[in-house]
Design a protein. Structure first.
Length: 209
């Protein structure tokens, strides 16, 4: 397996080539596939812990959003995919793992886990992801994220807070790398919004006790 790794900020591209076929094979050679991943910046705030014991669940999705395709919606056309490109993991796992990593690196959050490891947690972040794709608007791609968040008490299953999530980020161009870079910026923005929301909910919860 040949591979090429390019690191550009928070975006990683892995170009994989299929295993070489024998000379007598009648099958065509596998075409290269670009595999992209998103990684948050390695940053900490140096501030005191405010939110603890939170489990981030894999978001609920439907149809193509459950796979690893880079989705695109041309103007006036149904959902399609970028040919020869995919995410390094399914979209729900990519979104969850990015958020977990970002929270674990922020000093204001402690004991953050995911549903991959079933450790004890007081709260769970339940989410639904309705859109994670680029949409062409006036001839230019804009990456969008739409969904819904709920903070749930892990024991009583009561909903403590909830909110909609709807964000967009124009891409600098039509190339796949430029679209992925816009996704990277969008994920960073959404993570900041979710962090601030969790901190606000925590402050309201403490003041009501």
């Amino acid at each position: 397996m040949l591979s090429m790794l390019r690191r550009a900020g928070k975006v990683t591209l892995v170009l994989g080539l299929g295993l070489a076929l024998s000379a007598c094979s009648l099958l065509p050679a596998a075409k290269p596939v670009q595999s992209w991943t998103l990684t948050p910046d390695l940053t900490t705030t140096g501030k005191a812990v405010q939110v603890t014991d939170l489990r981030v669940l894999r978001p609920q999705t439907q149809d193509l959003l459950s796979g690893s395709y880079l989705l695109v919606v041309p103007e006036g056309q149904p959902v399609s995919v970028y040919k020869g490109a995919r995410w390094s993991a399914s979209i729900p796992n990519l979104w969850r793992d990015y958020l977990v990593t970002a929270l674990q690196q922020d000093s204001r959050f402690a004991r953050i886990s995911s549903d991959e490891v079933r450790v004890a947690a007081r709260h769970e972040l339940v989410s639904r992801l309705d859109a994670f794709q680029s949409e062409y608007r006036n001839g230019q791609p804009v990456v969008v994220m739409r969904g819904y968040l709920q903070l749930v008490d892990a024991d009583s299953r009561a909903i403590l807070a909830e909110r909609a999530l709807e964000l967009s980020q124009p891409a600098k161009g039509k190339e796949v790398a430029e679209v992925v870079e816009a996704f990277s910026e969008l994920m960073a923005t959404s993570t900041r919004e979710i962090e601030n929301w969790l901190l606000d909910v925590q402050q309201v919860d403490q003041s009501s006790r």
